[in-house]
Design a binder for this molecule. Structure first.
Ligand code: UDP
Ligand code: MG
Length: 143
């Protein structure tokens, strides 16, 4: 099985009509989109997805942001796509994320106190497997 990762086009990006451009970048990189779903994340899904951040001071704001409207969940496939998608996404803070990255090109600080940064990508094979299970129950998570 070729490596798979989980990406989320976050609600800020979906609301701004950036989904197509983001998908185009993933395809231009050469990765395959093997599943796509438009959905408004529930706080239950987000508590599972962001379990590692449950005790962080930004957790409440993060859940509010991520459940504010439709998002797009994607299973991306390709050799080393976990590492590759993190590189394509850029660093967490969109203000300082490198130009040329998705966060660097499309994201900014809106002064809300929550980091709205366009896209999520799994950060390890274990995270990819776990996160694919949350957003696509029943799909083969690979890895
Ligand atoms: N986040 C935030 N405030 C912070 C740190 C993170 O709002 O101080 C949000 C941001 O949207 C980020 C997500 O929480 O993408 C998960 O944080 P993580 O550090 O795992 O960043 P990522 O893996 O998404 O780059
Ligand atoms: Mg993370």
């Amino acid at each position: 099985m070729v490596e798979r990762t989980l990406a989320l086009v976050k609600p800020d990006a979906y609301a701004r009509g950036l989904t197509g451009q983001i998908l185009a970048r993933i395809e231009a990189k050469g990765y395959k989109l093997v599943a796509l779903s438009v959905l408004t994340p529930t706080s239950e899904q987000l508590s599972e997805h962001y379990a590692e951040h449950a005790e962080k001071p930004f957790f409440g704001g993060l859940v509010q942001y991520m459940s504010s409207g439709p998002a797009v969940a994607i299973i991306v496939e390709g050799h080393r796509c976990i590492e590759g998608m993190r590189t394509l996404a850029g660093s967490t803070d969109p203000t300082t994320a490198a130009p040329g990255t998705i966060r660097g090109d499309f994201g900014r600080d809106w002064g809300t106190g929550t980091i709205e940064n366009i896209i999520h990508c799994s950060d390890s094979p274990a995270a990819a497997k776990r996160e694919i299970g949350i957003w696509f129950p029943g799909e083969n998570s690979g890895n």
